[in-house]
Design a protein. Structure first.
Lengths: 63, 474
C-alpha cells in the first residue's frame, strides 16, 4: 500500500485486526504516523538486502 | 568549601579515599544545589534525600574503617526513573505506573550500590522513554528550551550539579541528546555491554543503559562500575570489563578518525554546529589524530530500519496496558503504541534485514580505512525553545522525514556500536554543542580516550549554567 492511500478506513481495518480501538482524537495523528511508517518502509526498498540475513538470533540452548 | 558539587567524580573520589572529604559533605553540597536549581529545572521526579543521607553516613563510616570500595564510593548519583529501584517509586514518567514501588533493583542500580554510590534521586524521563510528551524538566542554559530526552533529568542534573553523575538509557539517542544539549558527557555503550535487566524496555535489541557525567574520566569510572555480564539479561556480552580509565591518558596520536561529511554534515546541520564540530576535529588532528574522509553507504536508512523495529517492539511490551489503561497514556505515546500495533511482521523482519546491511557497510568502512572511530556533531542543531521543537517520531505527514535529532544518533542503536557525546563548543546564544564519536564494538576505551584528550585542550566541559540565570525565573 502507498502512503497516500492511508485513510481512516484503512487504519480502522488494521486496528480491528490488531484488536485495538482507536480513539477519535488519535485517528488523524495515527494516519500521519502510519503514512510515515510506510514511507520509511518504501525508503528501505532502496537497499540491496539480498546478501543479508535479518538480525535475529535464536539460541536453542536451555537456560 | 561550599562548592563541592563542582568537583568531578575523580576529584571527589580522591578526596574521599584520602579522607580529606566526607561523603556527607559532598551530599549536602549536592542537595543544596538541588534545592537551588530544582524549582527552575525540575530534573528530579523523586528526590531521595533521607536514604541518601543514610548511605553517605554509611560510606563515611566504612571508609573511615579503611574499607574504600572504589571511585564511586560515597559519590552522589542520579538514576533515570526508568530503572527499578528497590523501595523507591519507579514510574517511567507515566500515569500508567503511578504508585508502582518495585521490591528489587535493576542490575545497574544494584551495581552502583555495590560500588558504594549514594543515590540522590530518580530523574525525570519522558513517558516510557518514548520522547513524545513534554515533561517538566527544562534546559538550564535557557529555561525556555528543550532539555533533551528521554534521559532529560539525568542530563540536566549533571549539568547543574545536583548529581555528580547520572544513569540514562538510550534507544535512539536518549543519552547523547541530553548530553549534547546540556553540555555534558554521555555514553551509549556497545549493545550488551551494560545489563538492561530491571529497566522498563522499549526494544530488546536497541535499548542500552549508560552514564552521563561532566568529564570523560568520570564516564569511564561509572562505566567500569556498571558494565559486565549479567545472567538476568541474556543480551549482555561475555567480554572482560576493562578499567576504562587505564588508557584514557594515552592521547589520540595515530588514531584514524573517519568522517562521512555527506551524512554527518548534511543540509540540516546549522552553521554554528558545523563550525564548532569542524574546529574540534581540527583540534583532534593537531593532537595527532588522522582525519580520514570516508563515504559509508546506507547510513541514511538507519532511522527507518530502527523505527520499524522500535515501534513494534515497544508496542509488544505495552500490549496489555494499551488495552486496559489506554487513557492513562499521554496522547503522543498512545499514538506511537497504536502505530506499533499496525506494523506488519514482514515489515519488522525487513527492518531487521536492513540493520544487517547497514552494519555491514559500517564494518566494511572501518576495515577498509582502518578506522578507530567515526566523528560528527551529536545533533544537527543546538537545543531550541520547546515551542519550536518537535519530538514527533511520526515525522511529517507521509514524507518519512523523522526528527533531525534522530539522524545522527539512531545509527548507534541500529547497529549496536558504542557512541560518546562530549561538549565541543557553545553557540552565540550560549547553548552547548556536542561532538559524537562512534567506535567499533566494545571500544568504549578508545572513545573515552578521544574525549579526554580533547578536554585537555578545551574548557567547554568545565562550564556550568550560572545560578543567576536559574534564579531569575525560580
Amino acid at each position: 500500500m502507498k502512503p497516500e492511500q492511508v485513510d481512516a478506513k484503512v487504519i480502522t481495518t488494521l486496528a480491528q485486526v490488531a484488536g485495538i480501538e482507536i480513539p477519535k482524537e488519535d485517528m488523524e495523528p495515527l494516519i500521519a504516523a502510519f503514512k510515515n511508517h510506510l514511507a520509511g518502509m518504501e525508503a528501505l526498498e532502496g537497499l540491496d538486502l539480498e546478501e543479508h540475513d535479518p538480525i535475529t538470533v535464536f539460541d536453542p540452548r536451555w537456560r | 568549601m561550599t562548592d563541592l558539587w563542582r568537583l568531578t567524580i575523580r576529584e571527589a573520589a580522591d578526596g574521599l579515599a584520602s579522607q580529606k572529604l566526607s561523603s556527607v559533605e559532598l551530599l549536602e553540597s549536592t542537595l543544596q544545589r538541588m534545592h537551588k536549581t530544582e524549582p527552575a529545572v525540575h530534573a528530579y521526579v523523586t528526590p531521595m534525600e533521607k536514604s541518601a543521607r543514610r548511605e553517605a553516613e554509611a560510606a563515611d563510616d566504612e571508609i573511615g574503617r579503611g574499607h574504600w570500595r572504589g571511585p564511586l564510593h560515597g559519590i552522589p548519583i542520579g538514576i533515570k526513573d526508568l530503572l527499578l529501584t528497590d523501595g523507591v517509586p519507579t514510574q517511567a514518567g507515566s500515569r500508567v505506573m503511578e504508585g508502582f514501588v518495585p521490591d528489587h533493583d535493576s542490575t545497574v542500580v544494584a551495581r552502583l550500590k555495590e560500588a558504594g554510590a549514594v543515590l540522590v534521586g530518580k530523574t525525570v524521563t519522558h513517558e516510557f522513554a518514548y520522547g513524545q510528551d513534554v515533561p517538566p524538566t527544562r534546559n538550564p542554559w535557557d529555561l525556555r528550551c528543550y532539555p533533551g530526552g528521554s534521559s532529560a533529568g539525568s542530563g540536566v542534573a549533571v549539568a547543574v550539579g545536583s548529581a555528580f553523575g547520572a544513569i540514562g538509557t538510550d534507544t535512539g539517542g536518549s543519552i547523547r541528546v541530553p548530553a549534547s544539549v546540556n553540555g555534558v558527557v554521555g555514553l551509549k555503550p556497545t549493545f550488551g555491554r551494560v545489563s538492561k535487566y530491571g529497566v522498563f524496555p522499549m526494544s530488546p535489541s536497541l535499548d542500552t543503559v549508560g552514564p552521563l557525567t561532566r568529564t570523560a574520566e568520570d564516564c569511564a569510572l561509572m562505566l567500569s562500575a556498571i558494565a559486565g555480564l549479567d545472567p538476568r539479561d541474556p543480551c549482555t556480552l561475555d567480554a572482560p570489563v576493562e578499567d576504562y580509565t587505564a588508557s584514557i591518558k594515552d592521547g589520540v596520536r595515530g588514531l584514524r578518525v573517519g568522517l562521512d561529511r555527506r551524512f554527518f554534515f548534511y543540509d540540516r546541520v546549522s552553521n554554528e554546529v558545523r563550525s564548532a564540530a569542524e574546529t574540534a576535529m581540527e583540534r583532534l588532528a593537531s593532537l595527532g589524530a588522522e582525519i580520514v574522509e570516508v563515504h559509508i553507504p546506507h547510513l541514511e536508512f538507519a532511522p527507518h530500519a530502527g523505527m520499524a523495529v522500535l515501534t513494534a517492539d515497544t508496542s509488544e511490551w505495552h500490549r496489555h496496558l494499551l488495552r486496559t489503561r489506554r487513557d492513562d497514556y499521554t496522547p503522543g505515546v498512545r499514538v506511537m503504541l497504536e502505530l506499533g500495533e499496525l506494523v506488519q511482521a514482514s515489515q519488522y523482519v525487513h527492518g531487521e534485514r536492513a540493520r544487517a546491511a547497514i552494519r555491514a557497510g559500517v564494518r566494511d568502512a572501518f576495515e577498509k580505512h582502518r578506522l578507530d572511530c567515526l566523528v560528527g556533531p551529536t545533533l544537527p542543531t543546538t537545543t531550541m525553545p520547546l515551542a519550536e521543537h518537535s519530538t514527533n517520531l511520526a515525522g511529517e505527514d507521509g514524507d518519512a522525514d523523522l526528527s533531525p535529532f534522530l539522524h545522527h544518533c539512531f545509527l548507534g542503536n541500529v547497529i549496536g556500536i558504542p557512541a560518546l557525546s562530549f561538549p565541543c563548543g557553545f553557540s552565540d546564544a550560549s547553548l552547548p554543542i556536542g561532538l559524537q564519536v562512534y567506535g567499533r564494538p566494545l571500544t568504549e576505551s578508545v572513545l573515552l580516550r578521544i574525549a579526554y584528550a580533547y578536554e585537555q585542550v578545551s574548557d567547554w566541559h568545565t562550564r556550568r549554567p550560572e545560578p543567576q540565570v536559574l534564579s531569575r525565573v525560580s
